[in-house]
Design a protein around this ligand. Sequence first.
Ligand code: AMP
Length: 280
Amino acid sequence: MDILGTVRETRDKVKEWKAQGLSVALVPTMGYLHEGHRSLMERARKENDKVVVSIFVNPMQFGPNEDYESYPRDLDRDAGICRDAGVDLIFHPEVSEMYGDNFHSFVDMTVLPEKLCGASRPIHFKGVQTVVSKLFHIIPADRAYFGQKDAQQLAIIRRMVIDLNFDIEIIGCPIIREEDGLAKSSRNTYLSKEERKQAVILNQSLEEAVKAIDAGEKEAAKVREIITDKLNTCPLARIDYVEVVSFDNIQPIEEIEGSVLIAIAVYIGKTRLIDNRIIM
Ligand code: AMP
């Protein structure tokens, strides 16, 4: 497995594979890898000849008071996980390699980033789209793998690829959870023991919503109320948002019909966690 830090070497390597007629997968990550990332790599491994994982904590997608500096990083550990998963290449650039002097270009979108995480983190998706666009140009892969854990991000990347004619297939992968149901996340490492215990409330509140929908509940407002009530039973939980939106355009809906995204963001202590369910 190679670990490359420059755009030129990485692009040359991938082009070499493409010239040999090999299929290439890209798994974009910010590192501090866990089973969630690993599930993406394993799926990519099964479906492609070569697998590239990018590890880059992208400063452009963090707001001024967010956790860019403290975001966990451990390249040695990540390299071990990638090696185990059969990854062929890690692209691990410095910030200066991705954003040199006089960087002035951005990729942005209307409508889909307005609500949910885009409302709480105004510049976040502009940063995500810009870095993902750059990665798609640097690594001309056939397929890119994204987790449903970041459902709004997945919807935005899918839209961006269609709108801007990127020649890449976007594969969405299911959320991997801890045994007690908490969605795996690099940010779970911020939680104290007590916070970690209480963090299961996110998944539990979504479970209750799904149960109600399965039993015939059709009103989005009622579904939000069920989730909010459950979250409010947890002393350490502070709600950022509880939303029921169309998975296609990430706009609020009144009735549960079509493909629906139920998405929540909740602070457990100081740590902001997200989770969701997609109802088809
Ligand atoms: P991140 O390193 O947090 O930017 O995540 C990189 C990719 O891994 C994104 O596509 C995430 O949606 C995906 N991912 C993160 N956590 C999980 C999880 N628990 N299950 C599935 N995919 C995940």
